[in-house]
Design a protein around this ligand. Structure first.
Ligand code: ADP
Ligand code: MG
Length: 343
């Protein structure tokens, strides 16, 4: 056996990056979640070459104090939780304190931020095998800009797993779509290779929300969906339910959010499938954009580093609530609902 040695900070961060940084889309997800956690109301995303060459996210959130800047790129450093109690009721999208450390170990990352409107800010990046934080002054309005260039430039084995520019961009766009569907009050702008792909204004009213959903999921979905909003005790389910006549050959228009977080969950899937069972041909898939809201202590989001999975404390109760609400909404569809223009 060889002797035991301590891994450098960079190498241990690169190993951790394997769990969360799979492709440009994962970087965009982490950066945008940070911007949303910072209370931003406007997000500008600019990418080049599917995000492999450049990802730049600019926000107008609370920004970061100069003294805290080195900690943004340090592993296990977060402003979002302090103790186990905070973790159990966590309401922010992030809490693990490792995304920026991971990303900066496998790409060239710099973060520029200002916590106020003086126009003065600072830019931080990590250097060397110990990932020492280096700060330089940089002008910036209140908020934060993170630039990530040359993803996996120093990890050729990971780079080989990247797909074509088009494929990487479509994954990245999907991430933005999910976040834009769960944060109506925030404006999103996306540019790819200098071309505007999305320019979404904040959507407050129902018609504005319908318009956002139409522009992200297609106008035919909105024309073939009904709104739903039900609450039983602490559990609320709302959103858009695709008509059974709008069934699809693939499960590609199924969005489910738990407390604003996009999740893939067996309990949810089962409840939805059961609710549509009698009205959907075998092999066809429903279309929906649904939001479940419940007390954050009822759901454990610390199941997987990417947080795509959740665990419900009372999964039976959640399942039954979902099934009953959807089943009733589908049963109550009137012939008028069903006579939507066919697509
Ligand atoms: P986490 O989000 O789990 O806390 P990250 O590595 O993603 O971990 O970010 C580390 C910290 O950097 C955050 O807790 C936050 O304090 C700060 N930060 C990162 N991005 C932003 C941003 N866009 N605006 C304000 N603060 C940010
Ligand atoms: Mg984060």
């Amino acid at each position: 056996m060889a002797r035991i040695n301590r891994l450098s900070t960079r190498l241990s961060n690169q190993i951790a990056a394997g769990e969360v940084v799979e492709r440009p889309a994962s970087v965009v997800k982490e950066l945008l979640e940070n911007s949303l956690d910072a209370g931003s109301t406007r997000l500008d995303v600019e990418v080049e070459q599917g995000g492999v060459k450049l990802i730049r996210v600019r926000d107008n959130g609370v920004g970061v104090d100069k003294d805290d800047l080195p900690l943004t790129i340090a592993r296990h450093a977060t402003s979002k939780i302090h103790d186990l109690d905070d973790l159990e009721g966590v309401a922010t999208l992030g809490f693990r304190g490792e995304a920026l450390a991971s990303i900066s170990s496998v790409a060239r990352l710099n973060l520029t931020s200002s916590p106020d409107e003086t126009g003065a800010g600072w830019c931080v990046q990590a250097e060397g095998r110990d990932m020492e934080a280096v700060l330089v002054p940089a002008a910036h309005p209140q908020g934060t800009t993170v630039e990530v260039r040359d993803l996996f430039f120093n990890t050729p084995a990971r780079r080989k797993f990247l797909r074509t520019e088009k494929t990487e961009f479509s994954h990245l766009e999907e991430v933005i779509k999910r976040l834009a569907l769960s944060h109506f009050q925030v404006g999103f702008n996306l540019r790819h290779n200098q071309r505007v792909v999305h320019a979404l204004k904040p959507a407050y009213t129902e018609p504005e929300q319908d318009r956002r959903v139409a522009s992200l999921c297609g106008p035919s979905f909105i024309e073939n969906a009904v709104r739903l909003d039900t609450q039983v005790g602490e559990l609320r389910l709302w959103g858009w339910l695709g008509l059974p006549t709008f069934s699809r050959s693939q499960a590609d228009l199924q969005y489910f959010f738990v407390n604003g977080r996009s999740v893939k969950d067996r309990v949810v899937n089962h409840a939805v499938r059961q609710a549509y069972k009698d009205v959907m041909y075998h092999g066809r898939h429903a279309a929906f954009v649904l939001y479940l809201e419940l007390d954050p202590t009822w759901v454990d989001v610390n199941v997987h580093p990417t947080k795509h999975e959740v665990r419900f404390r009372e999964s039976r109760q959640v399942h039954d609530f979902l099934f009953r609400s959807l089943h009733r909404a589908i049963a109550e569809l009137t012939p008028a609902d069903m006579q939507q223009p066919a697509v």
